[in-house]
Design a protein around this ligand. Structure first.
Ligand SMILES: [Zn+2]
Length: 133
């Protein structure tokens, strides 16, 4: 199980900028990098169009997601996580997030109005430590 997410300051700044730019709507994207049994290393945070753009939901545009996935694979990387923003609420998974997390075994990074937190699903929501590089 992933317990630690390593991400550069440049990428956390990008997420914060995405949160501000899309407020009050949610923004989303993918985290590309490498993963071992307990650590995920983010090498690129890449914004993806939110095809269900509301104040309380997101859905990664399938075409852009596919392009990002292919691009990662061609460089020997993988999609290690998904990020989205909660511009007007805290960085805690919503009911919808929780349901989706059960089906997506990646790290979930949420940039909320009160800061960033990361989670993974392992028979329940587990916190993942964020280490800024
Ligand atoms: Zn959410």
């Amino acid at each position: 199980m992933i317990t630690e997410l390593r991400i550069s300051r440049k990428d956390t700044e990008l997420l914060q900028a995405e949160l501000e730019a899309n407020r009050p709507y949610e923004a989303c994207g993918v985290l590309i990098g490498t993963m071992d049994s307990c650590k995920a290393l983010v090498e690129e945070a890449r914004p993806v169009i939110n095809s269900n753009r509301t104040r309380t939901s997101f859905e990664l545009d399938p075409r852009q997601f596919y392009v990002a996935w292919n691009d990662a694979e061609s460089k020997g990387k993988e999609i290690v996580g998904i990020y989205h923003t909660h511009p007007v609420s805290s960085a805690v998974p919503s009911l919808w997030d929780r349901k989706t997390m059960e089906d997506v075994s990646l790290v979930w990074l949420i940039a909320g109005a009160d800061g960033m937190r990361a989670y993974v699903w392992d028979s329940g929501i587990r916190s993942v430590k964020i280490v800024e590089l």
